[in-house]
Write a protein that binds this ligand. Structure first.
Ligand code: CA
Length: 223
């Protein structure tokens, strides 16, 4: 999953970046509203953390403009203000959730997980696909209840496919959602990772759709 953090406080920006990277996200950051607006308008994020009080362009304006232009990713607003009118304004501008500062990082992480899974149509933190269980809360994967050890890149890829199971995901889409903008992207590595994940899972859950990409589906499903 790929996330954008728009926060002008450099310390808080760095803390969020570190915590989110540790939690398995590919993270892009912006330190002002204009840069954030540009990135959110041009890159396909799975979720965005957006501060309201930003230099150059206010967070609510950034959000309103994204929504006007059809950017539909879930947005979690951060703000120092905790007045009810700010919350109403935020939701009306197109926000999906809201955390007042100061916050506990665990709460932000939990809210982001919920936003990502709900955007993909999942109601619980455990995502199932046949015998494979992905626990988005702990970052653990198991097959028939037996834990499977994945690297962070493998987990990220499997998580994206399982969030979007039943739908063909192209290699380009995977690359765009698994790596931050500074990463040296090479879609051949996706194939390598898929191969490793298949081997580790030991079940036929990720199918190749020739010329189109991959689809996660329970073993035995015709696609
Ligand atoms: Ca601020």
């Amino acid at each position: 999953m790929r996330i954008l953090v728009v926060e002008d406080d450099p310390d808080l920006n760095r803390q969020l970046q570190t915590a989110l990277a540790d939690a398995g996200y590919a993270v892009d950051v912006a330190l002002d509203g204009e840069e954030g607006h540009f990135l959110g308008s041009s890159e396909p994020y799975d979720v965005v953390v957006l501060d309201i009080g930003l230099p150059k362009m206010d967070g609510l304006r950034v959000l309103e403009d994204w929504r006007r232009n059809g950017r539909r990713f879930p947005v979690l607003l951060l703000t120092a203000r905790d007045r009810w009118s700010d919350k109403v304004q935020g939701f009306d501008a197109g926000a999906d959730d809201y955390v007042p500062k100061p916050f506990h990082m665990e709460e932000v992480l939990a809210r982001l997980r919920a936003l990502v899974r709900r955007a993909a149509g999942h109601a619980t933190s455990e995502i199932l696909c046949g015998p494979v269980t992905l626990d988005t809360r702990t970052g653990r994967v198991s097959v028939d209840g037996n834990p499977v050890k994945l690297t962070s890149h493998e987990y990220r890829l499997l998580s994206y496919l399982m969030h979007h199971q039943g739908r063909v995901v192209s290699r380009t889409e995977l690359v765009e959602h698994l790596y931050d903008q500074d990463f040296d992207r090479d879609s051949n590595t996706v194939e390598v990772f898929v191969g490793r994940i298949r081997k580790k899972l030991g079940v036929d859950m990720i199918q190749t759709v020739r010329g189109l990409g991959y689809i996660a589906a329970p073993p035995g499903t015709e696609t």
